[in-house]
Design a protein around this ligand. Sequence first.
Ligand SMILES: C[S@@+](CC[C@H](N)C(=O)[O-])C[C@H]1O[C@@H](n2cnc3c(N)ncnc32)[C@H](O)[C@@H]1O
Length: 340
Amino acid sequence: MASRSEEQPGDADPSFIMALGTAYWGSRTLLAANRLGVFDILSGEPMRASELAEKLGLVPAATELFLNACVALGLCEKDQGRFRNSVSSETYLVSTSPASMANAIRYSDNLFSSWGKLEQALASGEPPMAAKTYLGDDRAQTRDFVYGMHDRALAVGRCLPEMIDLCGRKKMLDVGGGPGTYSALITARFPGLHSDVLELAGVAEIAAEILDGLNASDRVTMREGDYHSSDFGVGYDVVLMSGMFHRETAENCRRLIDKARACLEPGGMLIVSDVFTDTGGTGPEFAALFGLNMMLTAPDGRVHADADVAAWMADAGFLEVVRQPFPPPMPHRIVTGLRS
Ligand SMILES: C[S@@+](CC[C@H](N)C(=O)[O-])C[C@H]1O[C@@H](n2cnc3c(N)ncnc32)[C@H](O)[C@@H]1O
């Protein structure tokens, strides 16, 4: 099937326009159900809408409409008037499930109001939400952000160690490492590798608690600092830059690649992992929309093409620069290179 951008005049189709015009209905339903804790409650036992309404202090008739919509969306199932979680909701939306994405969905919910200000951001060039709100200033939002990154990294980050060979490497710097989850997973996969996670103070504090919970504190050390102004140090044989290029201009990314090069030993590996577009920036769809999401939430937020990152790394003197996509359905890609 031709992509929508390749439509011919006779292919005009109103259905995807109508679907896009109302896409937020389904999204809002998921975000509200997650925020209200519906999936945790339905995980115990199937119940009627009136019972759920009583537990949550909601109006029963409205709750019936809400849960019926959850069934239509595949989030719940209904049997003889009682609602229960679908298999996917039970696996990914119950907060105690090992594969839970509940924190990541709550962080997405925190951004909903910023998406409502898209025209304002386009006119001003400023994100409606100040990045410092979720990077330390507002404790609740910072926790949602850090735990959301952790949930996501537990899913996405499990693939990364399988895509790179770090056998024999000893010292990694995880720049803007967030909750430290990638460091915990990578150092578990490659025994003998220790990671320093460079992070802002407000995030580092929560990350330390996550690393304790993962029993990773002996192989991952949090280092408070700003990746623009802090010295990276020397003697590393791996530098990981995951999910931070989308917060930075091309010039800043090039500067960060140079800083990575300077802290690496000869033969040391730089791994840049992120959501990247194809050349030109118009696809894949998720990556193009992700650029908007970052524009709404960080002063220099955007999305880059992995081909550009590969070129910057080659310009900086990295050898054997390779681009690799994560396995589907993950939208991430990595670019790796070796210090000459
Ligand atoms: C999207 S998160 C990625 C976290 C982690 N690397 C991952 O992939 O899960 C970007 C991280 O960069 C951190 N960050 C942003 N600006 C920073 C700066 N100037 N110095 C250090 N860390 C920064 C944020 O706190 C956040 O944890």
